[in-house]
Design a protein around this ligand. Sequence first.
Ligand code: CA
Length: 124
Amino acid sequence: MKRIKLFVSTLLAFGLMAGALATPKMQAVFIKTYPAPKDSALAKAKCTVCHVKGKELNVYGKDLQKALQEKKTKDLTAEILKSIEKLDSDKDSVSNGDELKAGTLPGDPKSKPAESKPAETPTE
Ligand SMILES: [Ca+2]
């Protein structure tokens, strides 16, 4: 009996975790707030703007999650996105806001605006 209870609560925990994942709605808010040119790193990154892979968050995703928790909400808004623009989540000395405007990734120190950009990695 104990086993079944454990199994059910594990299932429940997974269900809750899935609920905390980024939703298409979140992505839509993000794209609306930061429209990026189609060929920019930001537009190509899609989920990896905030996630390392799957549901794991990168440094920018974690800052965003913190901002959501502070507001006690799961609904991402432009206001929440903007509240972490002054931070430099990936510590590459370019603020999140500047990176997003430039179309680079605020959660990847290797991706930053042109000026001090390292050698371009070839794209397919
Ligand atoms: Ca940065």
